[in-house]
Design a protein around this ligand. Structure first.
Ligand code: TRP
Length: 450
């Protein structure tokens, strides 16, 4: 099996592919939406704390499990289990993660479809097809079905071609362009009237909101979603990392890139909302809180681009096309989770597995589209706020309580001889064993209790 397994060809290839998985709608759609909906800066602060203190250690746990296992999530978790009950547990956690990834893909494809539609809109506007432009930018069954299916087909196409040809190549091209456009847009927004108020709302926290249960749960879910945790995806990516790589620095790089881009996106969107407010757009609800919702980014940004005059069309086109590509480098990681399991478990061809699973996911997306108000938010909360943190917590339990310490150390030593003397090895093992599961558990008890 190992001969046919994909491998990332280079260190930067892995960083970009994992960062490509991490950076996506979660950063540029999810994070600003959540920040606006949860009191701005307080959410940002809690997010940063949880991303570094809980999501990063869990990311490392999954990465190490994957590289050690050299297989899909179920097999990799089984490899570190010894007793029969542990092996059952491994199946539940690994398979649960795979199902979670597939469910995430089903709503992700819908939002990514919106990105595709908004990419097409500047073109239809430029050629004067006003009706089409309206159809592209307004919620409708037909638009959602068509663009969700286009996005799903694109993902299937890339995944069917495998790791080297698909994931790595695509990821390498995107990240620098995305950062460049985000930075330029942010600088532009900050020069506009009203932006300073937005900056304050984004950066100066109201500490009384910090421990609000709904805020903490949202921030935790957002951090896990953004790093693609608790879905077996990082385990699989870990299995494609060469034994010569230093996992600790890889993990740090990916986390930093991911958090940085989310922070940057918020720095763009929240001030842009206040700029819109200065122009008379309603951005606060009756209670004085910022209006938020799934389509926030799709109203604030086009309004901003419109205000730029004719340049706006190009900016809009490049922004939404980059976002569509960023969504693709994320969705391919989601689809890779069930596909690699099916290929290795049932021994069927990669093409066939990709097609079957892609179709199943598209069916679920369609069910969500037809029952949008009942299902969309529900599936997001179920997978990102509950599924991901809980499965991520189980991965920490695997590393902390089930995996033999000597074998864990050996895996970490590969690519990093000196690990025993580093701070990481002095803190991370007990931290993952005790603090992560406890803290994640506490967040849930806290939220259920209130
Ligand atoms: N992290 C991605 C984002 O922020 C989403 C994502 C990609 C993901 N792959 C995943 C989420 C796997 C869960 C599981 O857009």
């Amino acid at each position: 099996m190992s001969a046919s397994r994909g491998k990332f060809n280079s260190r930067i290839g892995f960083i970009l592919a994992a960062a490509g998985s991490a950076v996506g709608l979660g950063n540029i759609w999810g994070f600003p939406t959540q920040a606006a909906g949860n009191g701005g800066a307080a959410f940002v602060l809690m997010y940063l704390i949880l991303a570094f203190c809980l999501a990063y250690p869990a990311f490392m746990a999954e990465l190490i499990i994957g590289r050690h296992g050299q297989s899909n999530a179920v097999e990799s978790l089984r490899k570190i289990s010894t007793s029969k009950s542990q092996k059952h547990f491994a199946f539940i956690v690994g398979f649960g993660g795979i199902v979670c990834a597939a469910l995430i893909m089903s709503f992700y494809a819908i939002v990514a479809g919106w990105m595709l539609a908004f990419t097409a809109e500047p073109i239809t506007t430029a050629i004067g097809a006003t009706q089409t432009s309206l159809w592209l930018t307004e919620q409708s069954l037909s638009r959602n079905l068509i663009f969700t299916s286009i996005f799903t087909i694109l993902t299937i196409f890339i995944i069917s071609r495998g790791v080297e040809n698909g994931i790595e190549k695509w990821s390498k091209r995107l990240m620098p362009a995305l950062v460049a456009i985000l930075v330029s847009l942010t600088i532009y927004v900050l020069t506009l009237d009203g932006a300073v108020d937005g900056l304050k709302a984004y950066l100066i926290p109201d500490f009384s909101l910090l421990f609000k249960p709904s805020l903490v749960v949202s921030a935790l879910g957002q951090a896990f979603f953004s790093l693609s945790l608790g879905t077996s995806v990082i385990i699989i990516y870990g299995s494609y990392v060469s034994k010569n790589e230093n996992l600790v620095t890889l993990g740090v790089s990916v986390t930093l890139i991911d958090v940085f881009i989310a922070f940057l996106a918020g720095l763009l969107i929240v001030p842009a909302m206040y700029v819109a407010a200065a122009k008379g757009v309603q951005i606060f609800d009756a209670n004085g809180a910022l209006i938020s919702g799934d389509t926030l980014v799709f109203t604030v940004l086009p309004a901003l681009f419109d205000g730029m005059g004719s340049v706006g069309i190009f900016v809009s086109l490049s922004f939404f096309s980059l976002m569509s590509i960023a969504s693709l480098t994320s969705s391919i990681s989601m689809l890779e989770a069930p596909v690699s399991y099916t290929v290795e478990r049932f021994n069927i061809s990669r093409n066939k597995a990709t097609l079957i699973i892609g179709l199943i996911i598209f069916t679920v997306s369609s069910i969500i589209i037809f029952n949008f108000s009942a299902l969309f938010g529900f599936v997001i909360a179920l997978t990102t706020q509950y599924g991901q943190p809980i499965i991520g917590m189980f991965c920490c339990i695997f590393v902390g309580w089930i995996w033999h310490r000597s074998s864990l150390l050996e895996e970490l030593k590969s690519g990093n001889d000196n690990i025993e003397n580093q701070l990481f090895w002095k803190i991370w093992p007990w931290y993952t064993k005790l603090v992560c599961p406890l803290a994640i558990g506490l967040v849930f008890i806290h939220s259920v209790a209130s």
